[in-house]
Write a protein that binds this ligand. Structure first.
Ligand code: GLN
Length: 280
């Protein structure tokens, strides 16, 4: 039998794969014990049962092999929500909360906004926006059926009733209606980017990460199609790579959007670009 303190010492075995080995070990042990991290700090001398220790060792080995913490725990916090995650979608990232913040700013004065989230994955962006105002109607779509099921489950688990999800290849199956705001965190990484062979992204679906034209193909496709689905004066918001801001701004301007601007994420990187659809 080992104590909690002894098991936490295995953090050193994660140093090579994680920037946060201490945190990772605490999360995996707390998960195995069905407790929170405070419990671990409070009872370091407690013995861990053989079954729980076995479960912890299995998770630790999977983490050593590079699997993302979010996949091992099965969930990830985003905005104020606890979201289930699985390998069928991208794991929600903290920097993506910037998209939610800007969307809320643009929707602030609208009592009954209609919002579309393209490529919703876990439903993170759609659910975060929907959670802020029960009078807004949010539609999230994803090409992957598993993602749609996961987003629907996350809506139920977080008791959010004003977000709906459907399977669609970008706009293909979106009902013809005009939205107050369209938001997307589309795939935007170039297929040859070395980032794809490092860390968590190795365990995430390529379809959620990689796009043609130096990562800009889906952003361009959405920008071209979106006007048919935007009310005059409505906003289109994208997350993109930190080196893509200028290209995304040029693209939006070329397709007739106005008030085009880029904002930086919590790490100070260019991360979100938006434009307003000007009525013809
Ligand atoms: N920001 C993610 C990453 O670099 C990619 C997200 C995306 O392609 N939409 O890992």
């Amino acid at each position: 039998m080992s104590s909690i303190a002894e098991l936490l010492a295995s953090r050193s075995s994660l140093a090579a794969v994680s920037d946060t080995p201490g945190l990772d070990v605490e999360l995996l042990l707390a998960h195995s014990l069905e407790q929170n991290r405070t419990y671990l700090k409070t009872w370091p001398e407690r013995e861990v049962s053989a079954a729980q220790q076995q479960q912890f060792q299995t998770l630790l080995q999977r983490r050593q092999a590079g699997e993302p913490i979010a996949h091992l725990l099965g969930s990830r916090g985003f905005w104020t929500l606890d979201l289930q995650v699985n390998p069928s979608t991208l794991i929600p990232r903290p920097e993506t909360e910037l998209l939610v913040e800007i969307a809320l700013e643009k929707l602030a004065a609208k009592p009954n906004a209609l919002v579309l989230d393209l490529g919703t994955g876990t439903g993170a962006i759609a659910l975060a926006i929907a959670s802020e105002n029960s009078l807004w109607q949010v539609l999230g779509c994803d090409l992957q059926r598993e993602a749609v099921a996961l987003a629907e489950r996350n809506g139920r688990l977080n008791k959010i009733n004003n977000a709906k999800f459907l399977q669609s290849d970008w706009f293909t199956d979106i009902p013809k209606q005009q939205f107050d705001l369209i938001v997307s965190n589309p795939p935007y990484i170039d297929a040859n980017d070395p980032h794809l062979s490092e860390g968590d992204v190795r365990f995430e679906p390529r379809s959620a990460l990689v796009a043609g034209k130096q990562g800009l193909a889906d952003i361009e496709h959405i920008s071209v199609q979106a006007p048919a689905y935007l009310k005059p004066g409505a906003w289109l918001l994208f997350e993109h790579g930190y080196e893509q801001a200028e290209a995304v701004r040029a693209l939006l301007k070329a397709h007739g959007y106005v008030a085009v601007a880029t904002l930086k994420d919590i790490a100070g990187m260019d991360r979100v670009t938006l434009g307003q659809y000007a009525a013809a």
